[in-house]
Ligand binder design. Structure first.
Ligand code: C5P
Length: 234
């Protein structure tokens, strides 16, 4: 079965281009999209992004920009030049920063304009850590408020925990793109993820795209695993 609009975004959490390409050579753009984060981008840089785009993959450049508005505007424009499919910022950068990020997308007008999404509160942050930062609202309220701010600033959606998706769909409807990590196929090792959902559960809850790393990248047959997960999504 070929997914023409794959919901799976494989996290390329590899130390360098060589290991990333050894994996990429085993999979096909019809089965998945790819996410490049800070480690791989720092070692492999824009050349790897361009190579993956040339090979036909949709690339999510997961660099979570958070800086002054002008700097984020230029960084988003630079991401557009690479031809990425999706890029993100921290909602905690504030409205002006997100508006500037949105304006940065003008570097890539038309149908190939990347999706721009925000991170609200990292799932590694708990209520006590928020309190350390002087944020006294509940975690759930903070996530909701930052999501509202991001969508109000013209962003396309959010990275969030699959556990937050139902709440965000109830509040913000079907339109926002919701991208969720913390996914494990039934029976797979949860590794360091605390609260996981299966791909099917996450999609049923309203996830638009699923970020999955090790269950695919460390599988003996990644293409077979991708086909199986795509099939589980119907
Ligand atoms: O290997 P695994 O499926 O756990 O990888 C999940 C990916 O999603 C990693 O790249 C991780 O950094 C990212 N991520 C996450 N939890 C978040 C945000 C991002 O696991 N809250």
């Amino acid at each position: 079965m070929i997914a023409t609009d794959p919901k799976i975004i494989v996290a390329l959490d590899f130390p360098a281009a060589k290991q990333a390409m050894a994996f990429v050579d085993t999979v096909d753009p019809s089965l998945c999209r790819l996410k490049i984060g800070k480690e791989l981008f720092t070692t492999a840089g824009p050349d790897l992004v361009r190579l993956l785009v040339e090979r036909g993959f949709d690339v999510f450049l997961d660099l979570k920009f958070h800086d002054i508005p002008n700097t984020v505007n230029k960084a988003i424009s630079a991401a557009c030049q690479l031809g990425v499919w999706m890029v993100n910022v921290h909602a905690l950068g504030g409205r002006e920063m997100m508006l500037a990020a949105r304006e940065g997308l003008a570097a890539s007008p038309g149908p190939n304009q990347p999706l721009l999404i925000a991170v609200s509160i990292l799932t590694s942050i708990d209520q006590a850590t928020l309190a350390d930062l002087g944020i006294t609202k509940s975690l759930e309220q903070t996530v909701t408020d930052l999501t509202e701010l991001a969508l109000d600033s013209g962003l396309d959606g959010m990275v969030c925990s699959a556990r937050e998706v139902a709440m965000l769909r109830a509040r913000f409807g079907d339109q926002p793109v919701l991208v969720t990590p913390g996914i494990r196929p039934a029976g797979a090792d949860t590794q360091d993820q605390q609260r996981v959902m299966t791909p099917r559960q996450a999609v049923d809850a309203g996830s638009s795209y699923l970020v999955i790393g090790r269950p695919i990248t460390q599988h003996p047959d990644p293409a077979e695993q991708l086909i199986a997960i795509n099939q589980s999504l119907g």
